[in-house]
Design a protein around this ligand. Structure first.
Ligand code: NAD
Ligand code: IPM
Ligand code: MN
Length: 343
């Protein structure tokens, strides 16, 4: 079956890594038809919106969405661009599970002494600290007040934790639930309680609760002790840049924004942003985008092309190509992966 993919390359390095990823997808034998949407900061500057008013409705008709990166803070404030494109898609399509794998590909050297870790971060992706509830009053005066309210619902917390338990069950049977319940005694204590309730349903999964600060240290000092890590939206965001760092850098970190009910299209994107500091230099590492594309094909049931991409990716890094930041060009890395795919 041909799957229809909506491509949103976005801004900066999002554009070349998306283009490279689609060359790799085409060479993998995947059966996809793509349509590109130029929604971006450029689009905002031309039309006053990051995407058209019916953008969400347009995307709804696709089997999946692939996004490069969004944001160009020197031209459009992030508070406008990300709230006009990336975040509304995650919410509108109830992509509540943001899955981010952290392991070292063959040949990639991370900053840690150990290579022995394989962590799956599961980030809540629709509520929590990103609920958007809040406001500002008395702006610009000495009485100014800014409020940003985190919202944790039973439905939202339960479904992400359940997703984490299921992933742990399918992997090595260990779940780490991350909160800050020693300081935040309403929402985070609630999260801990729901964790304990669900643990009774999953006697085969070993659950440990960690505080976010301790988890940051553990991911650096003892990453081999972790299997599946589940966290709220903001904690998961921060932990997964740390995860990217221990796997060799943001150029390797992939992600999938999943609606596990499959009622809506899911969205696949590298963890990194638009990297304005290196955009237009031709040196963005496209491997995070390749890995994200493989996750997309897997999700769509095109498991053979997905496996071929991962094998070609790892054969490339095993030869030391793309493993040193800035040394190999986006094109050279893409060409090396394409060569392995054609073998
Ligand atoms: P960033 O991820 O864009 O860059 C952080 C650092 O990592 C930079 O030094 C960059 O050069 C490097 N880097 C990132 N990806 C790389 C790659 N593939 N290859 C080589 N080096 C890479 O984060 P930032 O600078 O905080 O954000 C830049 C813009 O991107 C902002 O507008 C931000 O809001 C946005 N952003 C978007 C997304 C997204 O669309 N999913 C994610 C993160 C940040
Ligand atoms: C990510 C990004 C986004 C997030 C930003 C760009 C809003 O950092 O996908 O990790 O915080 O979710
Ligand atoms: Mn992030």
């Amino acid at each position: 079956m041909t799957h229809r993919i909506a491509l949103i390359p976005g801004d900066g390095i999002g554009i070349p890594v998306t283009e490279a990823a689609m060359r790799v997808v085409a060479a993998s034998g995947a059966d996809v038809r793509t349509e590109t949407f130029p929604w971006s900061c450029d689009h905002y500057l031309q039309h006053g919106r990051m995407m058209p008013e019916d953008g969400i409705e347009t995307l709804r008709g696709f089997d999946a969405i692939f996004l490069g990166a969004v944001g160009w803070p020197a031209r459009v404030p992030d508070s406008v661009s990300l709230h006009g494109l990336l975040l509304p898609i995650r919410k509108a399509f109830v992509q509540y599970a943001n899955i981010r794998p952290h392991r070292l590909l063959e040949g990639v050297e991370g900053p840690l002494k150990t290579r022995d870790f394989d962590i799956l971060c599961i980030r809540e992706n629709t509520e929590g600290e990103y609920s958007g509830a809040g406001g500002r009053v008395h702006q610009g005066t000495s009485e100014e007040v800014a409020v940003e309210t985190s919202i944790f619902t039973r439905a939202g917390v339960e479904r992400i934790l359940r997703f984490g338990f299921e992933q742990a069950r399918a992997r090595r049977g260990k779940l780490a639930s991350v909160t800050k319940s020693n300081a935040q005694r309403h929402s985070m204590v609630f999260w801990d309680e729901v964790t304990d309730e669900l643990a009774a349903e999953y006697p085969d999964v070993a659950v440990t609760r960690y505080h976010i600060d301790a988890m940051c240290a553990r991911m650096v000092m003892a990453p081999e002790t972790l299997d599946v890590v589940v966290a709220s939206n903001l904690f998961g965001d921060i932990l997964t840049d740390l995860g990217a760092a221990i796997q060799g850098g943001l150029g390797f970190a992939a992600s999938a924004n999943i609606d596990p009910t499959r009622k809506n299209p899911s969205m696949f994107e590298p963890v990194h942003g638009s990297a304005p500091d290196i955009a237009d230099q031709g040196i963005a590492n496209p491997m995070a985008a390749f890995w994200s594309a493989a996750m997309m094909l897997d999700h769509l049931g095109q498991t053979d092309p997905a496996a071929r991409i991962m094998a070609a990716l790892e054969a490339t890094t095993a030869r030391g190509i793309g493993t040193h930041a800035g040394r190999d060009t986006t094109d050279a890395i893409t060409q090396a992966v394409l060569t392995h795919l054609e073998d």
